[in-house]
Design a protein around this ligand. Structure first.
Ligand code: MG
Ligand code: MG
Length: 270
């Protein structure tokens, strides 16, 4: 039986999906703008977020909200806090390219309790509750059993704003091109995390992400038997802008290579 919290997340995501689908079918109304360089926003982002917050606050009026388009990043308290990305993958959405998600998480005592990622185009609902497992459209999912990096498929995102690490990042890609079966770049971190949770990819790494990109997907990975950490193998990945996730073997491989290739000064945010 799903908790009222997860049921509320589902209802909120359904409302967001209706907004997103409406704008997808009425693209002249999208009104694509820039928050800053390469950081797109559309009318759908704001309106989907409004719908999500409306559903949540009517079900749980005491809860706190951390949402991309209305609060930005704020420090977590021990209170129940909903962490919301109305559209993860806005650049894809604005260009009409599939792969964008609604991501909704609820954290309490600074720990993830509920995570939901909805990939809108394929209508894939990834859900997890702490200690209750992870599911795709209601069916349990597990991370892959891939133990050898030569057989692994990785997912990542490219930096699009913060370019200080570009050269080091390209060195890292060179290593992965030689040592793995490939690197995919779908364009939505929330989706990348779910690819790992469902065993479709074996590992994921990225830098420059925000809390709302990873708050839900990370719980879904953990509940499917995977590992999430920062680039120092620590716990500072929600706000730390450096994340690795994978099945246990590929997590370890990614951590090793990142620490070998990326200069030490970049391993945590200064
Ligand atoms: Mg996002
Ligand atoms: Mg977004």
């Amino acid at each position: 039986m799903e908790s009222k919290t997860l049921q509320t997340a589902r209802l909120a995501a359904q409302k967001a999906k209706e907004v997103i689908t409406y704008y997808d079918q009425n693209r002249t109304l999208l009104d694509v703008g820039l928050k800053r360089k390469n950081d797109l926003i559309t009318r759908a982002d704001g309106e989907a977020e409004e719908q999500i917050i409306k559903v949540i606050t009517s079900a749980f009026p005491e809860d706190s909200i951390l949402a991309e388009e209305s609060t930005g990043e704020i420090a977590l308290t021990d209170n129940r806090t909903w962490i919301i990305d109305p559209i993860d993958g806005t650049t894809n959405f604005a260009h009409g390219l599939p792969v964008y998600c609604v991501s909704i998480a609820m954290w309490e005592n600074k720990k993830p309790k509920v995570g939901l990622v909805l990939e809108v185009n394929r209508d894939e609902w990834y859900t997890a509750e702490a200690e209750k497992g992870a599911f795709l459209n209601g069916k349990p999912i597990r991370v892959s059993g891939c133990e050898h990096h030569q057989e692994s498929l990785l997912a990542t995102g490219f930096p699009y704003r913060d370019m200080e690490m570009v050269d080091a990042y390209l060195d890292l890609f060179k290593v992965f091109m030689h040592e793995t079966q490939g690197v995919r770049r779908p364009g939505s971190a929330a989706f990348d995390l779910c690819l790992v949770a469902a065993g479709r990819c074996d590992g994921f790494f990225e830098y420059g992400l925000s809390a709302w990109d990873v708050a839900a997907g990370s719980l879904i990975i953990r509940e499917s038997g995977g590992v999430v950490g920062d680039w120092l193998d620590g716990e500072n990945w929600l706000f730390g802008r450096r994340i690795i996730a994978g099945n246990p073997a590929i997590y370890k491989y990614l951590l090793e290579r990142i620490q070998q290739v990326i200069p030490e000064k970049f391993l945590e945010e200064k």
